[in-house]
Write a protein that binds this ligand. Structure first.
Ligand code: PLP
Length: 366
């Protein structure tokens, strides 16, 4: 058989792969081996040894020759308790909240169905809209404090009649909470669904979960990733049953594997362990903020999440990011990601030692 001709493959790709997909660069996760990893909003704490042993015993009794529980009912019950999901709300599970964003897109997609969000915010809202062939509209946040530009949002809603609006609460990558009264105005003005994405719920008291019964078009999205279970890949949508029954039709069968179901249910039965960890992270957030605020020439932004956005001196973010990495501290460089994020780095809250290392690396880099 003749060797495969690379030019033939290239020609076929140009003929068949959608132009908008060809134009993308693949999602790049930088190599972090040997580095203090403060770039991805992970919980820095693992599980106590006794809990690990108990977990292993549970896994020992778990069979994987059968398909998982298709609805994940035991896990859903546990999530209802732990996240105080109102009884009248329905719950839908996703392989991370990313998969739920994808299911929503598959449910509502159309070339005239707009996805609207604010900018800067979580990039998957825009990416998945693109994958699904939905036009995307991003409305810039106010530049001084990353608050909502409510008049601009209401105008955009009127003009584009979006099928889906995403609001991350608190917002990533800025860390702030939007005004709840303004979010309610958006829910009331929206012709389609409004998804309040509460990925950072473990680090704030604010939530729209208790407001689910009040609006026909509000869904609340959560994930276990930032709580400390990022490796399990589990997200959920809560909201009106008729809506979630439609979205559920696009769910791939058995999307939550048995090991994730069993492990997440187990972890949530030991919630105090995670409460203690998130408490520590919140305390560290205050300390890290104070330490950053003490450094001349940089500006940390107040955060209700497990990370802090920091603006570096003009045109120095790239160089500082590299210098910190050379000192074994990996943070996220957001310079260039959006005009409002020029000169910005995002630092995930780590252990006290990791945060000290980050501060030292930053001071040296400056
Ligand atoms: C991290 C993050 C998610 C993704 O969570 P997964 O459940 O890990 O897919 C969703 N929304 C926001 C705003 C996030 O920052």
């Amino acid at each position: 058989m003749a060797a495969v001709d690379r030019m033939d493959i290239q020609a076929a790709i140009e003929r068949w792969v959608r132009p908008e997909i060809r134009a993308l660069s693949a999602y790049h996760v930088p190599d972090s081996s040997g580095l203090i990893k403060l770039d991805a909003m992970e919980n820095p704490y693992s599980w106590p040894e006794a809990l690990r042993q108990e977990w292993l015993e549970l896994l020992h009794q778990t069979d994987v020759n059968r398909y998982p529980d298709p609805q994940g009912n035991a896990l859903k019950q546990r999530l209802r308790i732990s996240m105080q999901i109102p009884e009248e709300a329905e719950v839908l599970l996703g392989n991370g909240s990313d998969e739920l964003i994808q299911m929503l897109a598959l449910t509502l997609a159309g070339s005239d169905r707009v996805v609207l969000s604010v900018e800067p915010s979580f990039v998957m809202y825009r990416m998945i809209a693109l994958f699904a062939g939905m036009p995307y509209q991003g409305v810039p946040l106010n530049s001084s404090d990353f608050s909502l530009d409510l008049p601009a949002l209401l105008t955009a809603i009127e003009q584009h009649q979006p099928a889906i609006i995403y609001l991350a609460y608190p917002n990533n990558p800025t860390g702030n909470l939007f005004e709840a009264v303004e979010i309610r105005q958006i829910i009331e003005a929206a012709p389609g669904l409004v998804i309040v994405d509460e990925a950072y719920a473990p680090f704030t008291a604010a939530s729209f979960m208790s407001e689910l019964g009040r609006y026909p078009n509000l869904l609340v999205m959560r994930t276990l990733s930032k709580l400390g279970l990022a490796g399990l890949r589990l997200g959920l949508l809560a909201g009106p049953k008729p809506w979630l029954e439609e979205v559920d039709k696009t769910r791939l069968p058995y999307n939550i594997n048995t090991l994730s179901q069993v492990s997440a249910e187990f972890a949530l039965r030991h919630e105090p362990v995670f409460d203690e960890q998130t408490q520590l992270i919140r305390q560290q957030r205050s300390q890290l903020f104070a330490a950053l605020d003490d450094i001349d020439g940089i500006t940390p932004y107040p955060s209700d999440a497990n990370f802090i956005l920091v603006r570096m001196p003009t045109r120095r973010a790239n160089e500082i990011h590299t210098a910190m990495r050379d000192q074994k501290v990996l943070v996220k460089n957001l310079n260039g990601a959006h005009p409002l994020l020029t000169d910005c780095l995002r630092i995930t809250i780590g252990t006290p030692e990791e945060n000290r290392a980050a501060i030292n690396a930053l001071k040296t880099a400056l």
